[in-house]
Design a protein around this ligand. Structure first.
Ligand SMILES: NC(=O)c1ccc[n+]([C@@H]2O[C@H](COP(=O)([O-])OP(=O)(O)OC[C@H]3O[C@@H](n4cnc5c(N)ncnc54)[C@H](OP(=O)(O)O)[C@@H]3O)[C@@H](O)[C@H]2O)c1
Length: 345
């Protein structure tokens, strides 16, 4: 590790969010990048090694290993993954074996534990971190922002229960060095919810079917291209403590569909938006429990805002501070995709 460089330790470096962050900081000669992974030999790890990253083994279930991986860090990026323990067959089996624990709740418990382990490990290296050196990916707290109307939007609350809540109570000195980065709807999410985003109708037209009004504005993020740029921008902000929303466009899903049709060459009349009921989205989703979790998210975004009505800093605020923060618009992202698979459904 070059001694004249700052060290950023990136949790989830082989994934969408962390991968974008790792690549952006690798392109900054002032930084050395250490990525955390369960498998330094995976193709994704090896690709980062080839770019100059140091990949180290650390399972988020092993707090001591995470603390060791953070040794010497000036900056730490944190992300936790709800959906892996949600879908993994062994986790499904473990949830089923534990009476009264749904797979949605099981994944909440795992994500919460991982988040606390990251926070505890970062606290052990807090003295060496920059004043704005703990950059955490999170979401709004659905339970609190809805005043208790949403009690089980687990993949939101698992993040917000740790960042900021657990952090503030368990590690106030680290909290003082922390910035909170909420992430918009990934523009790629149609791949996870193909029947809700682009449902092919018998006449060959497409229907977008979501339980939210077409014009209810939500943030959209090109996670792979832009999460790194956004986090890199936040790292240069003069003060910690900010709450941000990483997004390239804020628009309703009606606009998402309109831009898609234009980019994919589909006539506007052959791409219809339908504001469906909660149960319709559940029925459209192959995995019922996944359908419930995502339908709750759209319902929450409809009723309280995806950000829970929080007043968040944006890429524009970062740019106003004189810091570069290039973001991809939904229109630009749509134009770069190959829509052949979706059209050929
Ligand atoms: N889809 C959306 O629209 C959307 C919007 C906002 C927020 N989100 C949130 O984004 C999160 C997922 O982020 P992502 O897309 O970047 O995830 P991802 O691409 O699946 O990557 C997950 C990363 O976490 C690492 N990881 C997972 N379990 C680990 C463990 N036990 N120990 C160490 N590392 C572990 C993986 O590393 P290895 O496999 O190399 O070990 C991988 O690098 C979810 O929590 C989701 O709720 C999604």
């Amino acid at each position: 590790m070059a001694e004249d460089k700052k060290l950023i330790c990136v949790v989830g470096a082989t994934g969408n969010q962390g991968g974008s962050v790792a690549r952006r900081f690798l392109a900054d000669p002032r930084f050395a990048v250490r990525g955390l992974t369960r498998n330094p030999n995976s193709a994704a790890s090896q690709a980062l090694t080839a770019l100059g990253a140091e990949m180290v083994r650390a399972d988020l279930d092993d707090a001591a290993a995470v603390a060791a991986a953070f040794a010497g860090a000036n900056v730490v990026f944190s992300v936790t993954q709800y959906w892996e323990p949600f879908f993994r067959p062994d986790c499904r089996a473990a949830a089923a074996a534990a009476a009264g624990v749904s797979c949605r709740r099981y994944a909440y418990d795992v994500e919460l534990r991982h988040g606390k382990n990251i926070a505890d490990a970062a606290a052990s290296v807090e003295a060496g971190l920059d004043a704005n050196g703990f950059l955490v990916s999170t979401l709004s707290h659905a339970g609190k922002c809805s005043a208790g109307a949403f009690t089980d939007l687990y993949h939101f609350d698992a993040k917000a229960d740790v960042f900021p809540d657990y952090l503030a109570s368990a590690h106030p000195a680290l909290a003082a060095k922390t910035s909170y980065i909420q992430t918009g709807f990934f523009m790629t999410s149609h791949r996870i919810l193909p029947e809700s985003y682009f449902q092919k109708q018998p006449d060959g037209s497409f229907e977008m079917r979501l339980p939210i009004a077409a014009d209810r504005a939500v943030p959209h993020l090109d996670v792979n291209a832009d999460m790194g740029a956004f986090v890199h921008g936040v790292a240069q902000m003069p003060a910690a403590g900010g709450h941000y929303m990483a997004a390239g466009t804020v628009a309703g899903f009606g606009e998402y569909l309109r831009l898609w049709a234009a980019a994919a060459g589909v006539a506007p009349v052959a791409a219809a938006y339908k504001h469906v009921a909660f149960d319709d989205m559940v029925a459209d989703t192959a995995d019922r429990e996944c359908g419930v979790e995502v339908a709750l998210m759209f319902q929450y975004a409809a009723d309280h805002g995806y950000d829970g009505g929080m007043d968040l800093l944006t890429a524009e605020d970062i740019r106003k501070a004189g810091i570069e923060c290039p973001m991809t618009t939904l229109e630009e992202w749509m134009a770069r995709q190959d829509w052949a698979d979706v059209l050929a459904k």
